[in-house]
Design a protein around this ligand. Structure first.
Ligand code: SF4
Ligand code: SF4
Length: 341
């Protein structure tokens, strides 16, 4: 089984990390079953967040009796110290533990630093002194904030979207983390559902010895797929390289990576999903994209103010409002019965 060390934390874990966002969508019983199966098969790193509703509680239920055999990472989106402490206490209570291995600022719009006036970094240091957290870390979707975090030397790990569809900018971030002896936790290693070849995704990740992918797992079949790679590692040979190249070619240029750098939208449009709906609907299970909730989300595209705030922030130079319109048009046609598979 391949292991990975998260930089200066010296946390050494199975290369398969468990992203616990999707377990929000399943019952307590199913979540505990899934988590125990992951644990029994060697998965020992679990990433959750205060924002993921009952994900922390489910992890607490599953791992209360084996806390010392796993590593737990959670996140706070607090913007002030009062909320920071509230979040931390809630998280510890939910997880039924008295410490977190990694505590991350959750996609903060800026990089918290000592003396910046927010008091957030100082609160992290205090929590560490008190033994409530072991490592101070950050997650982000913004390249500028991520780069600043790496350069600051203040963080032990960075969590950032990373997959074989990522650009040279993300690859450079991975290299910078390695040089800074920081662990890199890869979220969206399946590009938020656009990558449907998990063996190719796993093989790609094996090239980076400082990168820990946390696969978002909700179904036992998904777990089984990743577990199977532990004994039979997929090799980046001609066949898998061709899969990656094909995906990269197909998804080059005018496509939304779902990174969310352009958010928030003043009209409340969920740009990072709506602007790639045509791809999601064809490459991921389509029924999830056609629910009433998904339809309401797509309808919001009609509220676009054409302020172009999103396209100005898009690092891929996309004409985001136009992309939204194209995706919405296609979506409406699909709802009206257009063949799309
Ligand atoms: S152009 Fe439309 S989608 Fe983009 S930020 Fe403005 S309102 Fe939101
Ligand atoms: S439009 Fe650009 S910035 Fe927004 S989610 Fe898509 S790729 Fe990211």
């Amino acid at each position: 089984m391949r292991k990975i060390t998260l930089g200066k934390t010296n946390i050494t874990v199975n290369k398969n990390g468990f992203g616990a966002l999707p377990i929000q969508r399943i019952s307590d019983k199913d979540a505990v079953y899934l988590l125990h199966k992951a644990f029994d098969n060697g998965i020992d790193f679990y990433d959750t967040a205060r924002y993921y509703t009952d994900s922390e509680e489910k992890l607490g239920m599953a791992f209360q009796d084996r806390r010392d055999k796993i590593f737990l990472a959670s996140k706070t989106g607090a913007e002030n110290t009062e909320d920071f402490w509230k979040d931390l206490e809630t998280t510890l209570r939910n997880l039924k533990t008295d410490y977190l291995d990694i505590y991350q600022f959750h996609n903060t719009p800026f990089c918290p630093k000592p003396g910046d006036g927010s008091g957030l970094y100082e609160a992290m240091e205090k929590a560490k002194e008190q033994g409530k957290i072991r490592h101070i870390a950050i997650t982000n979707h913004r390249l500028a904030v991520a780069r600043e975090a790496v350069e600051s030397g203040l963080y032990d790990t960075l969590q950032f979207p990373f997959s074989y569809l990522s650009s040279d900018q993300e690859l450079d971030l991975v290299k910078k983390c390695k040089a800074a002896d920081m662990g890199f936790i890869a979220m969206k290693a399946l590009a938020g559902g656009l990558i449907n070849h998990s063996a190719a995704a796993y093989a790609y990740m094996l090239q980076f010895d400082n990168v820990l992918p946390i696969w978002g797992i909700q179904r036992e079949t998904e777990l089984d797929e990743f577990l199977s790679y532990q004994e039979n590692e997929p090799v980046l040979d001609g066949e898998l390289s061709a899969v990656i190249r094909r995906d990269q070619d197909e998804l080059q240029g005018e496509f939304c990576r779902g990174c969310g750098y352009c958010m928030p939208c003043p009209a409340g449009i969920e740009i990072n999903t709506c602007a790639r709906m045509s791809l999601l609907i064809r490459r991921a299970p389509s029924e999830e994209q056609l629910t009433e909730k998904a339809q309401a989300m797509m309808k919001k595209t009609e509220d676009c103010l054409h302020c172009n705030a999103c396209s100005k922030k898009c690092p891929y130079g996309l004409d985001t409002p136009a992309l939204l319109e194209r995706n919405y048009q296609d979506y409406k046609e699909i709802l009206a019965g257009k063949e799309y598979e």
